[in-house]
Design a binder for this molecule. Structure first.
Ligand code: 4AD
Ligand code: MG
Length: 446
């Protein structure tokens, strides 16, 4: 390592010292004898000032010829300057030496607005831009918070297979693949396997990519997304909601603490996020329908009224979720969805078989569902009936039925979608920016 090599994020500790930074040129401003280089290194961005009289002529010439995204190594003295732009900002570098590693060809992404399709086609480059950098740093912190909370609360991480013989979340969104002449499916959820591992480990989670052949083009759907799925033995719906609210508020509060600079760069107003602390309000599906009816009565907006139309038994669409969540100042649990609107494995409400012991967590500010979970059916006969009702092939589920034959217990779990959570925390419009390489209905490139 060259002497004095530092990362931009630690620059404040090196005021007055000579340092070296290895990175890429984000932009350059040519002021004749002064060249202002904005240099990024993955940990931050700093302005490096090349003054003609301070460097050998060949160094100045090299600086002056630098193109956007050229890779370079810069040495110089760190100066404090309140006005200096950058991340963290407040410091700049008076350049003494500079080495061009590669002079970049003309960079396709200019420092101006581009359309989403163009940017998505160039996702491999787009991730370098400050906004994408900030979002993906938040994502990494969210993932770390997820793991830390679960690991610290007795959950054992046991990952579940990606190639599976059966559907978990309905047969309409399965990606089928050829498994040596037999069909196999990309996993929609690791839940069914979690239900096996809890009988060996008590509390478990799986965390990985999941796949849904979603034909819908919305700002909340990817065909490949990351989901963390905790599952808990001897746990009912109330206990599940307690776990979820602790978990989600930890993720949000830790991200606020550790990624303040990134959230600021994104222009995120963090006040609504600061309120994300337990307890979260809980309303039943029936109460949610009443609330929606009331909202429809009150609104003057004809189009909204039509969008919010719903009958008992229907699942919510995103307009319902948005309007419901708007009535609360923190995420809200909606529990007790109609059995017909949910997956096959959900425990019925005692005395009301048409209602399931299910719960979704809706994020405020229009973000809607970020977790989906339930208590699971623990009775063998009932589960067998449900497989028939849902037209699911019994052979593929024989092992799952075994779990109800040998030491079946009440148990519950949920799945939290990483991309939706990151979109909410960052306050951004579309989930496509929350994953390094998004997969959507019409996109599997790059
Ligand atoms: O509500 P879902 O479908 O629940 C399950 O898969 C359960 N088996 C989880 C469990 O109980 N272990 O999905 C859970 C979450 C949603 O709340 C949402 O955040 C996210 O996964 N999600 C998606 N995110 C992005 N794109 C999609 N197409 C998504 N589908 C679900
Ligand atoms: Mg759901």
């Amino acid at each position: 390592m060259p002497p004095g090599l530092i990362r931009i994020e630690e620059i404040a500790a090196y005021e007055g010292q000579e340092v070296t930074i290895r990175g890429w040129l984000y932009s350059r401003t040519d002021k004749g004898r002064l060249q202002f280089l904005r240099l990024r290194d993955g940990t931050g961005m700093v302005q490096a000032v090349v003054f003609k009289k301070d460097v050998p002529p060949d160094v100045f010439r090299a600086a002056r010829s630098l193109t956007q995204e050229s890779s370079l190594i810069v040495s110089g003295v760190v100066r404090a300057d309140q006005r200096a732009p950058g991340i963290p900002g407040g410091y700049e570098i008076g350049v003494t030496d500079l080495q061009v590693v590669q002079r970049a060809e003309e960079y396709p992404i200019q420092l101006k607005e581009h359309g989403p399709d163009f940017l998505l086609d160039h996702r491999h480059l787009w991730i370098r831009s400050p906004r994408q950098w900030a979002i993906l740093r938040v994502r990494a912190t969210v993932i770390r918070a997820i793991r830390d909370w679960l690991d610290d609360h007795g959950f054992v991480n046991l990952d579940t297979p990606i190639l599976t013989p059966a559907a978990c979340e309905g047969t309409t969104t399965l990606f089928e693949t050829d498994y040596f002449g037999e069909p196999a499916y990309l996993t929609q959820s690791g839940q069914l396997y979690n239900e096996a591992t809890i009988a060996a480990f008590g509390r478990v989670y799986c965390f990985g990519p999941t796949f849904r052949a979603e034909k819908s083009k919305t700002r909340r759907h990817l065909t490949e997304f990351w989901m963390v799925e905790p599952e808990i033995a001897y746990c009912d719906l109330d206990e599940l909601m307690e776990i979820e609210e602790q978990f989600v508020s930890y993720i949000v509060q830790r991200t606020l603490r550790e990624r303040a600079a990134e959230l600021k760069l994104l222009g995120r107003d963090t006040t609504p996020l600061e309120r994300v602390v337990p307890p979260f309000p809980r309303i039943s599906y029936d109460e949610a329908l009443e609330l929606l009816a009331q909202i429809r009565e009150e609104t003057e907006d004809e189009a909204l009224r039509a969008l919010l139309e719903i009958e008992w038994g229907d699942d919510f669409g995103s307009p319902h979720e948005t309007e419901l969540a708007r009535r609360f100042d923190r995420p809200v649990f909606v529990y007790g969805y109609p059995t017909q609107a949910k997956a096959f494995y959900m425990e019925p409400w005692p005395g009301r078989p048409e209602v399931s012991k299910s719960v979704d967590l809706l994020a405020p500010e229009g973000y809607g569902e970020i977790t989906g979970g339930s208590e699971r059916i623990s009775d063998l006969k009932l589960l067998e009936e449900r497989l028939v009702e849902h037209n699911l092939p019994r052979e593929a589920f024989e092992w799952y039925l075994d779990l109800r034959r040998y030491g079946s217990v009440p148990h519950s779990g949920f799945g939290l979608g990483v991309e939706r959570t990151v979109a909410w925390i960052c306050g951004i419009e579309h989930v496509r920016e929350t994953i390094p390489f998004p997969r959507m209905l019409k996109r599997a490139y790059p």
